[in-house]
Ligand binder design. Structure first.
Ligand code: ZN
Length: 473
């Protein structure tokens, strides 16, 4: 709990809260922002949750209240999430009424000023505050280590590790076989609707913390059905988490259902599960499934055998976003384009080995959903210095920036975006374009994409004014 800062009493008087109990969140915040001469051009008074949330994120306090409660729940939730997205160090605040809320705001503000002078004026803080979309990450690869252990305990699953440290060490990447092993071992920990709701909602919390407002999240139904979980169980868990993420966190999810390239049991089994996944994805379109993906071991398993299923999916209104050009070369990407009608490619980085393919991707505006640390961890490139992101970008290929499986690769979307500046050396304008590509190449409706792009652009401009003072673009 934050102790009331003695300076806040004077501030309370100076913002003239004559009847504080009749004043609500936005007004109080506006008075505070005025008092401290903090620019609040993006504050939206019309929508209290969103307005509070955005203004708090933009004003860039380096604080993270772990808990905020007050009489007006929406205000507390908006504040907590807003602060959480601008977090550097943790703080707990318990606010029971509007006056308490005000005292806390003041205390938090002074704590910011005292402890982190000028934190808003850097490219790093700009990147962290920037609104983002993520198009390539997998739900099963996003589960937090401590959540895996909690699931192991509540479902009484046999599991080789008992501490978060052991699990982190095990998560640390070794090779592609190990990666599949981790995936295979984590999936059986999920049994109930609540389990699926928990992991999807926790992912939304993590995305909200990083200002990711929209995500297309990969999910592999066959993994779970093969483990004996009914599709109604995981579908309802995902649906509940999606609704709560939208309502409570302002994060919008869509799903990409991934077909597996190779299941044990050979081609017949693989096709059987691919057919199951396609049927389920078509059926679950109303639950936010927007596309078919294709994952699993790429080398030796080309995309062509899945052409018929992707055709069926596309005819039913699903988009096509297979993995390709990661552990196999350009022919795999050509296959994804020609046989699967790919509109985006997950990874696709090895297209750089074929000039004609690079031209094709650039001309047709096929985006590559790139995840640089994943590529280095999984041995596609030995180091970020060898990664072709800047070559592809310079050749006019549309790039989006992503995490793939953040806990497994020890990364976050903020960290991946930061790579665009260092070591990739892109200018802010190029970073902005890559961030906006996450919206433009999403599978939202044209209208929704335009609306989101406009709001992202306005927010990026406002953030430049507050975070990158003195820099010219
Ligand atoms: Zn992936």
């Amino acid at each position: 709990m934050i102790a009331v800062d003695p300076r806040s009493a004077a501030v309370c008087e100076s913002v003239a809260l004559t009847k504080p109990e009749r004043r609500y969140g936005s007004e109080v915040i506006v008075d505070l922002l005025k008092h401290f001469e903090i620019p609040y051009t993006t504050l939206n008074l019309g929508a209290s949750y969103r307005g509070l949330h955005d203004s708090l994120v933009n004003y860039g306090g380096n604080v993270m209240p772990e808990l905020m409660l007050c009489q007006h729940e929406e205000i507390a939730v908006g504040m907590a999430h807003g602060f959480a997205k601008a977090s550097v160090w943790p703080m707990a605040a318990i606010v029971r009424d509007v006056v308490g809320l005000l005292h806390s705001c003041v205390a938090i503000y002074y704590a910011c000023v005292d402890r982190a002078p000028g934190p808003r004026m850097s490219l790093d803080s700009y990147i962290r505050a920037a609104p983002k979309a993520e198009l390539h990450l997998h739900l099963e690869g996003s589960i937090r280590p401590h959540t895996v252990l909690a699931l192991v305990e509540r479902n009484d699953v046999a599991f080789p590790y008992t501490t978060v440290e052991q699990l982190r060490e095990w998560f640390r990447f070794r090779d592609f076989g190990h990666f599949i092993e981790v995936y295979g071992a984590v999936s059986p920990c999920l049994r109930t609707r609540e389990d699926y709701e928990l992991i999807a909602y926790e992912l939304a919390e993590e995305l909200a913390r990083q200002n990711v407002r929209y995500a297309e999240v990969g999910f592999s139904p066959a993994f779970h059905t093969r483990m004996g979980v009914a599709d109604a169980t995981y579908l309802s868990g995902l649906a509940r988490a999606r609704a709560r993420a939208r309502r409570e966190l302002g994060v919008e999810f869509s799903w990409i259902f991934d077909l597996g390239r190779a299941w044990t049991g050979g081609e017949v089994e693989t096709q059987r599960w691919a057919t199951f996944t396609t049927d389920l994805a078509i059926e679950a379109r109303s639950e936010g499934v927007v596309a078919l993906g294709l994952g699993g071991p790429e080398a030796g398993h080309p995309p062509e055998p899945f052409a018929g299923l992707f055709e069926r999916g596309r005819a039913a209104g699903l988009h096509s976003a297979p993995h390709a050009g990661e552990h196999a070369g350009p022919s795999s990407i050509w296959g994804a384009l020609n046989a699967l009608g790919a509109e985006r490619i997950a990874h696709g980085v090895r297209s750089v080995e074929d000039t004609r393919l690079v031209e094709e991707l650039a001309t047709r505006h096929i985006a590559l959903d790139v995840a640089p640390r994943s590529n280095v961890c999984l041995g596609v490139y030995r180091s970020l210095a060898e990664h072709p992101l800047t070559d592809l970008h310079a050749a006019g290929v549309q790039i989006t920036i992503n995490t793939d499986d953040p806990p497994l690769f020890g990364t976050s979307l903020n960290d991946e975006v930061a790579l665009l500046a260092d070591p990739f050396g892109l200018e802010v304008t190029a970073i902005d374009e890559i961030l906006l590509n996450g919206v433009r190449h999403s599978f939202l409706s044209t209208q929704a994409k335009q609306r989101l792009e406009l709001s992202y652009r306005a927010e990026l401009e406002a953030l430049k004014r507050s975070h990158l003072i003195g820099q010219v673009f």
